[in-house]
Structures are given as C-alpha cells and as structure tokens.
Design a protein around this ligand. Structure first.
Ligand SMILES: [Zn+2]
Length: 89
C-alpha cells in the first residue's frame, strides 16, 4: 500500500543524498540535509520494512508518509553530519 507513496517521494527528491543506515535497525536509506533543521530522507520500500520504528507505525495502521522518520535514524544522520560523512548542502 505504501509503495506508490515511496516511489513518488523518491521521484521528487533531488540528488545530493548520501547512503546511510540506521544504527539501530540497519535500514539503508539515502539522506541529505539542506540546513541543520531540514533533513531529506529517501526511504526504499525495503528500508521502510526493515525499520522497527516505521514497522511499528505500519502495524498501528498509520501510512508511512505520515511517519516523520525513525528517531534512531535521525540520530544516525546527526552523527553522520558531525563526523563529516554527510554534508549540509
Ligand atoms: Zn530505524
């Protein structure tokens, strides 16, 4: 049910994203930051299934598009920025 939404989101996100995996669930996504406040995360269908936080939201009946992101992934992204693995563009 979510594959169309994910494909759409993928289509309009621009490049400049780096591959990153969630430290906790290991879901591999592509992420980028335009500013310190703004984070783009490109979920694949597979990553959305692997992520425990998103899977829990699915189980509760909430569509993936309404789930902001996995909190652990957010931490992983912030750390990647601090360590220079992800550039703020
Ligand atoms: Zn996760």
């Amino acid at each position: 049910m979510t594959s169309d939404t994910l494909a759409e989101r993928r289509a309009y996100l621009e490049d400049g994203l780096a591959e990153l995996s969630c430290d906790r669930c290991g879901a591999l996504v592509r992420a980028g930051k335009r500013s310190l406040q703004q984070t783009s995360v490109q979920w694949t269908v597979r990553a959305a299934r692997e992520c425990t936080a998103l899977a829990a939201a699915h189980a509760a009946g909430r569509p993936a598009a309404l789930v902001p992101t996995c909190p652990d992934l957010r931490d992983s992204i912030d750390r990647a920025v601090r360590e220079g693995r992800l550039e703020v563009s």
